[in-house]
Design a protein around this ligand. Structure first.
Ligand code: GLC
Length: 740
């Protein structure tokens, strides 16, 4: 018996009251059981398992679990196989804790660096967010646990997140904010999708049939369950109609009574309810089937080692003048900054894991250094911390006596969290002031950052020889930081979010976080590097940037049609340095003569390649035809523009190493010509062009053709002296469209 039939039989045997009770959870973390149907357990993620008692709505009190690097760090690895392995490890721990569905990954676009949950998201770029999200879903589901892709959709800020309307034009919505979800749904088939708190263009997502059913299910082919974010349901009846299957957490008796009444008075049909309940039953059966497979072992030591490996791959070396890094063990270092001893390793809110153990960078550095390592906390981490002269003097003295200073700076716990956006992107003043004083005592300062979203570096970036972006690295981040600083790991992390020179330069600056319960995405598709490149603005460090302890050359770039209307790219990458390393090869596409606005370039493919010194490899990158499409608002569908595309391959969005152009065929079935088609479009048509020229030749001479070229061809007969009748226009259209 297949899953569908089985589910339908169970549903058919249920009473209406039993069905309605299934439309919301039984507790904070479990679904409601029914005759022939057990309940399942869900738990947060995304970067580890936060298993709390079923009736607990608290953040604390979770079972210990491996705290892997959050999405901000995993994304910076650009390493899909590594992210899959992390996902499989999370699944193993979920199953050991009796969790059926892990609530993650989060793939919302980082529209503004101010968003308090950017640590839980992957990138400003939809391709990176979609690919990393795909890898995480594949990993978790391969390990026998379910996933919940979140937060669908356009939940790009925490301010007023439960009421705000994200007002977004259709092309931007499709190409930027839905695209990561579409990639994950179509590439990895997540078990569930979590609908977000917010509205999109005025409608709560949990009540939006176009988003939950027309697009998610009918266009993309999603066949799993949609659950609400916790407490996100406003009108449950509208939600059932829209395709919101499960309200989480549990809802009161009133809700059930309201649903029963709606079925009885015809506002809902029982088949509407059955559709939701059937998907729940299928989910429960799917989870039980997964639970019946052998569970991978949840070995805390192995998972800690994996967390350290992932963290090491996530570190982005932003600057390294004169090869100051990696450090030699005998270099006399002073470590300054409380964050070296009290690591910030994850974000605050529902994703907060209780780690199985916790490394700190100070201890790890002391393990690596040959001699004594001085430490000075330098500052404190509370919200309104001011300079403590004693701490500052101690730090300055330590810096003066050292060959090199490792200055740990970053965002304390209170500064960025679920439910709270940042008011600015600066580091705490107490840290910046101390850095100024330390630099006076010793210019050889390596700044090591811990932050969930980018911070402004302009105040010191030109004054320090090295900057290491450590993001939030999870429980093993301290050891991983030492691995990079002492060269056991050659850094290969790359920026998935542009580091701007100042907040005022950011794309969303004038509209974030909105007001009056509306936020307008006025920058349109120009999010992140698309904005800075489109306006040719300087940035501190560009999207895709990251240095290595070796160097790479990109050569012999070639691009051609992949035989299916997409593009196949090949480039030879060579390690031209003296030590093994990893390059993240990035392929961007641009189209100068486009009929729609486009950024100068957009990431179309990427790959990581590991090379020994002198090693060389031809890297193949695929850009399937679907990824060439833009959303045509005019035609209400995806369209591929024919013609030449520029292929830029390099080491970041601003470090293009080689460029070629490639021709791409246009739409096989271009949209039919209509009376609204312009004279110019008719003239460009292989068949219609000749017909228009023969019928309206005197109109198409000299100055006149310029004046009428953008006129809808349906208006030609109204033009005095055109000599063209309405019937002739219709006849030309019919011939051009192959209908006559
Ligand atoms: C929270 C979050 C969501 C989380 C859920 C359960 O409000 O928005 O990401 O999975 O509730 O904690």
């Amino acid at each position: 018996m297949d899953a569908n039939t089985d589910a339908q039989q169970i549903v058919a045997a249920l009473t209406l009251e039993e069905k309605v009770s299934l439309l919301s959870g039984e507790t904070f973390w479990t679904t409601t059981p029914a005759p022939g149907l057990e309940s399942i357990t869900v738990a947060d993620g995304p970067h580890g398992v936060r298993k709390v008692p079923a009736d607990s709505g608290a953040i604390g009190g979770a079972e210990p679990a491996t705290c892997f690097p959050p999405a901000v760090a995993l994304g910076a690895t650009f390493d899909l196989s590594l992210v899959e392995r992390v996902g499989a490890a999370i699944a193993a721990e979920a199953r050991a804790l009796g969790v059926d569905v892990v609530l993650g990954p989060g793939v919302n676009i980082k529209r503004s660096p101010l968003c308090g949950r950017n640590f839980e998201y992957v990138s400003e770029d939809p391709l990176v967010a979609g690919e990393i999200g795909t890898a995480m879903v594949r990993g978790i589901q391969s390990g026998g646990a379910g996933t919940s892709l979140k937060h669908y959709a356009a939940n790009n800020q925490e301010t007023e997140r439960k009421r705000i309307s994200a007002d977004i034009d259709e092309r931007t919505l499709r190409e930027i904010y839905l695209k990561p979800f579409q990639r994950v749904v179509q590439q990895a088939a997540p078990t569930t999708v979590m609908s977000s708190y917010n509205r999109v263009n005025g409608t709560y997502v949990g009540e939006d049939r176009r988003l939950l059913t027309d697009i998610l299910r009918e266009e993309w082919g999603f066949d799993g369950l949609v659950m609400s974010d916790w407490g996100a349901v406003d009108d449950r009846i509208a939600g059932v109609r829209a395709g919101l299957d499960l309200e989480m957490p549990h809802s009161g008796e009133d809700r059930d009574r309201g649903l029963l009444a709606a079925v009885r008075d015809g506002r809902l049909t029982e088949s509407d309810v059955d559709a939701c309940v059937t998907r729940l039953v299928r989910l429960v059966h799917d989870c039980h089937a997964r639970a019946a497979t052998p569970a991978p072992q949840a070995d805390p030591d192995a998972h800690h080692a994996l967390a350290r490996e992932a963290a090491g791959r996530a570190v982005v070396l932003l600057k390294n003048d004169d090869g100051l890094l990696p450090l030699a063990p005998q270099t006399r270092v002073a470590v300054v900054g409380e964050l070296a001893r009290t690591p910030r390793y994850q974000g605050a809110g529902s994703s907060q894991i209780v780690p199985t153990r916790l490394d700190d960078a100070l201890a790890a550095i002391r393990d690596d250094a040959a001699g004594e390592v001085a430490f000075a906390p330098g500052y404190t981490l509370e919200e309104d911390a001011s300079t403590d002269e004693g701490l500052a003097a101690e730090a300055v003295a330590a810096a003066r006596d050292a060959e090199v200073v490792l200055f740990f700076a970053g965002l304390p716990d209170w500064s960025e969290a679920e439910g709270r956006d940042r008011p600015h992107i600066d580091l705490p003043a107490v840290q910046l002031d101390l850095l100024d004083r330390v630099l006076e005592a010793n210019p050889r300062v390596i700044v090591v950052l811990s932050n969930g979203s980018v911070v402004r570096l302009a105040r010191f970036a030109d004054r320090v020889p090295a900057i290491v972006e450590g993001w939030l690295l999870g429980q093993a981040g301290g050891g991983a930081t030492a691995d990079v600083l002492y060269g056991r790991v050659n850094p290969s992390g790359r920026l998935t979010e542009t580091v701007p020179l100042r907040l005022e330069d950011t794309p969303a600056h004038l509209s974030f976080p909105g007001g009056d319960l509306h936020v307008t995405y006025g920058e349109g598709i120009f999010v992140g590097y698309r904005w800075y490149d489109g306006r040719d603005m300087p940035v501190q460090f560009p999207f895709g940037h990251g240095l290595s302890y070796t160097s790479f050359e990109h050569a012999d770039l070639a691009a051609d049609d992949d035989g299916a209307g997409g593009i196949r790219v090949r480039v030879r990458v060579t390690n031209t340095g003296a030590r093994a390393g990893r390059e993240v090869v990035q392929c961007y596409l641009g189209k100068e003569d486009s009929e729609v606005p486009r950024p100068p370039r957009a990431l179309a493919a990427f790959a990581v390649v590991d090379l020994e010194p002198g090693g060389s490899r031809v890297v193949e990158l695929a850009v399937p035809r679907a990824d060439l499409a833009y959303w045509s608002v005019r035609h209400g569908r995806w369209m591929v523009e024919g013609g030449a595309y520029r292929v830029d391959v390099g080491a970041s969005s601003r470090d293009v190493r080689c460029t070629v152009t490639v021709d791409v065929p246009g739409e096989e079935q271009p949209p039919p010509l209509t009376r609204q088609s312009s004279v110019a479009e008719m003239l460009a048509h292989p068949v219609a062009g000749r017909l228009v020229e023969s019928r309206a030749s005197d109109l198409l001479s000299g100055e006149m053709v310029r004046l009428i070229s953008s006129m809808p061809v349906g208006r030609l007969p109204d033009l005095p002296g055109s000599g063209v009748t309405a019937d002739q226009v219709d006849q030309m259209l019919a011939v051009a469209n192959g209908e006559a």
